[in-house]
Design a protein around this ligand. Structure first.
Ligand SMILES: [Zn+2]
Length: 561
């Protein structure tokens, strides 16, 4: 009897595992705003870290500036194993009270018990000292951690990549995208004094001369004043050469700093000329660069690249394309440097507008994927942009929905890049008014300036501002793997085209506007009924007709017999 019960139990478990992915308690602790996390709002991080290059260890402390937004409970601190928390000190009551807090570790988090109760609106600080050997990156930037490399001359070349994995892989933080430090962060890196090895981080350097200490070490302090994603706060250490220029942009003078390894600085000077080109194109499409106060840096990195805010990681070998390839296959992707364009595009979508939950990461990657099309269009014309977008569809897998599960630190499908980008291309052509489309992109960056958002906010914004209800289009492309089929037949004698949408969510009604044989066609949602629709078409050629639709819309076509 017992065995049968066990058998059924396992069977039920297997069934439920099939129906729903299994998430662990750790996933939920990391991905959700539980009661030990939702009562406080991070204002600022001050990170002070000393890497030991020989041992691949770090030690340091982080000061959290925090505001209570509800009455206090316990405090969850994220710090991934095997890093060790040495001490947690809470400073409250206007710096008058200082308590060492008891805490318990539970996997990758610690729970600390405040001795003083905080009330809604009160500020306090948490000083967390820690040490250990942080996870080493296996295949950065995708499989992140600390990167302990050497350059061709044998100098240390060190950085971190931790998107997805989370910043708690190297410093104690509230590791969830919905709580950015409102006033930014300072990053202080201490290194042995060596003339050529320097440390760079986000934002601006704090002193002209690096602070040299008696004990033979040297501090490098950087400060970013704007809200920033935890995973974007990153040090770069190496034999770097730097140079600067001032970009005259939409918000005035923008300080740009370029950094490359000494050995690569000549190649870098040439390739980085695409940075002002990128700024010009993206300020046109998206509005002002969102972090003028912190400047903009392009920094050679020991991995392919990442959107580290105001300190973009660049590792694309100073060649156009994506490691020399064109992801779109259209040829246009070889005209520019994929990493300079894509990672900088994230300054608007990911860094300025951040998704609260990584399940909604299409907001970062979909718009940034589409920024590649817009960059191509800006310099090579609208046709080139269309060809790039159409070509990008070849990377779409339709393996699972773009939006992942909420509250468990889970990203959705890799289709958040090209498929979400194609959906934006669809929406743009459905709006059929490029100046309105552009004003929506600029409006998103203005109205959600420095904010964290949900997909719903972005979806509603686009529907409201365009005057077209795109909710079913979002449902279709973000929440299912079905590609809408435009199914049609043609009556040669009557010259009548009969068509309908198939394979789509109920109520799917994407407007189609396209040119066929130099004649504009408009299939408007107002025309739509649950039945098939009719339209008069002279000189019908099904191949050319289909091509015309596919040029602007990511849909399947079906000719009914
Ligand atoms: Zn990206």
């Amino acid at each position: 009897m017992k065995q049968i019960t066990l058998y059924f139990f396992l069977f039920a478990l297997a069934l439920s595992a099939n129906a729903q992915p299994v998430f662990t308690k750790a996933d939920t602790l990391r991905g959700s705003l539980n009661e030990n996390r939702d009562w406080f709002d991070i204002q600022q991080y001050a990170i002070d870290v000393t890497p030991n290059i020989e041992n691949k260890t770090i030690q340091g402390f982080v000061l959290w500036d925090v505001k209570a937004i509800k009455n206090s409970k316990r405090i969850q601190i994220d710090l991934q194993q095997p890093l060790v928390i040495d001490r947690i000190i809470m400073v409250s009551n206007g710096l008058k009270k200082m308590d060492t807090l008891a805490f318990t570790r539970d996997g990758n988090i610690a729970i600390a018990n405040p001795k003083t109760n905080m009330k809604n609106g009160e500020n306090f600080q948490l000083l967390i000292s820690y040490h250990g050997m942080p996870r080493e990156a296996i295949r950065p930037p995708w499989d992140g951690g600390w990167i302990w490399k050497k350059d061709a001359n044998g100098n240390p070349w060190i950085s971190v990549a931790c998107q997805g994995l989370g910043a708690s892989v190297w410093y104690p933080c509230k590791d969830v995208q919905s709580d950015e430090p409102d006033h930014g962060a300072t990053i202080k890196i201490t290194l042995p004094k060596k003339d050529n090895i320097i440390a760079i981080a986000n934002g601006k350097k704090q002193w002209d001369e690096q602070l040299i200490l008696n004990n033979g070490t040297q501090h490098f302090t950087w400060k970013v004043t704007n809200p920033i994603n935890n995973y974007n706060i990153i040090p770069y250490i190496g034999d770097y050469i730097g140079w600067s220029e001032t970009y005259k942009g939409l918000k005035g003078n923008l300080d740009i700093h370029y950094w490359a390894l000494r050995q690569d600085s000549v190649k870098a000077r040439n390739q980085y000329t695409q940075v002002p080109m990128m700024l010009k194109a993206f300020e046109y499409w998206f509005g002002p660069y969102p972090f003028y106060e912190d400047g903009f840096q392009m920094i050679q990195s020991p991995h392919l690249g990442m959107e580290h805010q105001s300190a973009i990681a660049y590792g694309n070998k100073f060649a156009n394309g994506y490691l020399g390839r064109d992801l779109s296959g259209s040829g246009w992707g070889l005209k520019w440097d994929f990493i300079i364009v894509h990672e900088s595009g994230h300054e608007w979508f990911a860094n300025n507008i951040t998704s609260k939950d990584i399940a909604d990461m299409w907001v970062h990657e979909g718009f940034t994927n589409y920024s590649e099309t817009l960059f191509t269009e800006f310099y090579y014309g609208k046709e080139a942009g269309n060809e790039y977008s159409v070509g990008s569809r070849r990377t779409i897998k339709n393996d699972k929905p773009i939006i992942g599960h909420y509250g468990v630190n889970e990203e959705g499908s890799g289709d958040m890049y090209a498929k979400a980008g194609s959906m934006i291309h669809n929406i743009r052509h459905a709006i059929n008014n490029d100046s309105l489309f552009r004003s929506i992109l600029i409006g998103l960056n203005k109205d959600f300036y420095h904010q964290t958002v949900t997909t719903q906010q972005i979806e509603n914004y686009i529907s409201t501002k365009s005057g077209i209800n795109f909710s079913k289009v979002f449902d279709q492309y973000l929440r299912t793997i079905q590609i809408p089929i435009f199914s049609y037949s043609y009556d040669k004698n009557e010259k009548i085209l009969t068509y309908q949408w198939k394979n789509c969510v109920k109520g799917f009604d994407m407007p189609l506007h396209f040119k066929y044989l130099d004649k504009g066609f408009d299939f408007l949602p107002a025309d739509y009924t649950p039945q098939k629709r009719l339209i008069k078409v002279e000189n019908f050629d099904p191949v050319a007709f289909g091509e015309a639709i596919k040029h602007q819309y990511y849909v399947e076509l079906n000719v009914e017999k």
